[in-house]
Design a protein around this ligand. Structure first.
Ligand code: HEC
Length: 176
């Protein structure tokens, strides 16, 4: 009887220690995640600024300024993601980050010929190209942030409140 109790005690003790270890591991991951999430949040702000005006049929000087600033922000932030949050074991992730940088650079380029014919369409095209890149990467990682990017389309809590599931390959949602 006493021996049994000792055994149970020992097992409970071991389990407790293990759970503690797992919990620590989880908080560590959580920290890494929030660093990248912060950068993503900044990218998101700049992206939304250009998306918001993308339906206009004419851009004012101020609108072009928004495009110029937003695209150069995304360029800088993409470079940060590429250098600080590289995932050498995930080729697609690495490629899509480079695509995001390239599309932002193209958007910035458009501003330099904003007075030429077709510049508006070119800028709008770049918004779509960027959005597609965001979507492809989130889909690739199984990240479902559709409600966050487009609050109101789906009632799933306020932007930023949604818990982003840990990136995983399987179970890729149909939308993002
Ligand atoms: C190459 C991959 C990749 C690309 C491209 C990408 N993202 Fe992300 N995004 C991620 C990852 C990974 C996370 C999850 C970060 C975390 O929580 O650790 C994320 C998370 C987010 C989040 C949630 C941040 C939060 O507060 O938790 C937003 C918003 C977001 N991305 C917006 C964008 C937008 C807008 C674009 C395109 C302009 C974009 N992302 C392009 C990989 C990418």
């Amino acid at each position: 009887m006493v021996r049994k109790t000792l055994w149970v005690g020992l097992i409970i003790g071991i389990c407790g220690t293990m759970t503690h270890g797992f919990a620590e591991e989880a908080t560590k991951k959580e920290k890494e995640k929030s660093e990248l999430a912060k950068v993503m949040g900044e990218i998101d702000k700049s992206y939304k600024a250009v998306e918001q005006i993308s339906g206009y049929y004419k851009y004012s000087a101020n609108d072009w300024q928004v495009i110029s600033e937003s695209s150069s922000n995304i360029i800088q932030l993409s470079k940060t993601v590429i250098s600080k949050f590289a995932r050498p074991d995930d080729k697609k992730y690495q490629e899509l980050n480079k695509t995001m940088l390239a599309e932002a650079e193209k958007m910035y380029e458009v501003v330099s010929h904003k007075d030429e014919k077709g510049a508006l369409e070119d800028a709008q095209w770049q918004v779509r190209r960027l959005r597609q890149t965001c979507a492809l990467c989130h889909k690739h990682l199984g990240i479902h942030i559709y409600p966050q990017l487009y609050p109101g389309k789906k009632e799933e809590g306020a932007p930023g409140q949604e818990e982003i599931p840990a990136p995983k390959e399987t179970n890729i949602p149909k939308d993002w």
